[in-house]
Design a binder for this molecule. Structure first.
Ligand code: BT5
Length: 255
């Protein structure tokens, strides 16, 4: 058995003024991102969360393993007056917020993976839908194991620390950290966060294989720009990658 989440449990730890002040909690749903997308009555700043998802989504049509009661499945619904020009940067900011909340050895694999000891502990999926930004975050918290397809590349806070964590606490911590970051982002963009992102990013200085615009490029990651793009050096040429699939040598089995 696991401890079910509830609005009350999360609210206990929440210190925000807008983000997470409305909570939509469901024991089960298909995908918290889908609920945020389809229900137009949910207000700006709301948190949508569930104990499990039957159709948890990753990027590019991939799926997100949503073991009942073990993980965090949460979406933050944002309805800014003016949509920021680069909503992909929300993913990068959320990644920093998650790293700060998890502490310890949590690092970022550009753009949207949080890793501990070279294994994925969290994935972020930001989606746009008519005037809404939906920032979906999945964190493996109390998982004791993963199925054979994931066991080499996934980890959980329990597996890393040998103890159980309160999911409501971590959810609230992420929101507490995210709220002021989001305000700053609306005013000044990603640049104020670029330095911290670089410090947390495991890609810099590593060889990488990037699938970009249906083309495979092999090179070395030399930086992350103030806009959050990956700078890949390949054949003495510097290529700016603004989104895509990056395999880093030495992690998730890319040898
Ligand atoms: C992601 O996609 O990492 C984004 C995951 C976002 C999940 C959250 S949960 C709340 C919200 N509602 C949703 O429906 N989604 C969001 P991507 O970079 O495409 O990575 C997906 C890949 O990660 C899969 O193909 C697997 O290889 C791996 N994976 C799947 N489930 C995992 C898990 N629980 N832990 C670690 N890796 C996983």
């Amino acid at each position: 058995m696991f401890n079910k989440l509830s609005e009350k449990k999360i609210q206990r730890y929440l210190r925000t003024s807008v983000i997470g002040r409305n909570i939509v909690y469901m024991p089960v749903c298909n995908s918290t991102n889908n609920i945020a997308k389809s229900d137009n009555s949910i207000p700006h700043g709301a948190l949508i969360t569930a104990d499990t998802q039957t159709a948890g989504k990753g990027r590019l049509g991939r799926s997100w393993e949503s073991e009942k009661g073990d993980g965090i499945y949460m979406s933050i619904l944002l309805k800014p007056e003016n949509l920021p020009s680069d909503t992909a940067q929300i993913t990068l900011i959320a990644a920093i917020a998650v790293c700060r909340a998890l502490g310890g050895g949590a690092k970022i694999k550009w753009p949207n993976d949080i890793v501990i000891s070279a294994r994925k502990v969290c994935g972020i999926l930001t989606e746009l839908s008519t005037g809404k930004i939906i920032c979906g975050i999945g964190v493996n918290v109390n998982n004791k194991c993963f199925d054979s397809t994931l066991c080499d590349k996934a980890t959980s806070l329990f597996l890393e620390n040998g103890k159980k964590f309160r999911r409501e606490r971590i959810i609230a911590d992420i929101l507490n950290i995210f709220e002021p970051m989001y305000s700053e982002f609306l005013l000044h963009g990603f640049a104020p966060f670029a330095e911290e992102y670089r410090r947390l990013c495991i890609n810099i200085g590593k060889d990488a294989r990037v699938i970009y615009n249906n083309r495979e490029i092999i090179g070395k990651v030399c930086n992350i720009t103030d806009n959050g793009e990956l700078v890949l050096e390949s054949d003495a040429e510097k290529i700016l990658i603004d989104s895509g699939e990056v395999s880093v040598r030495g992690i998730y089995g890319y040898a």
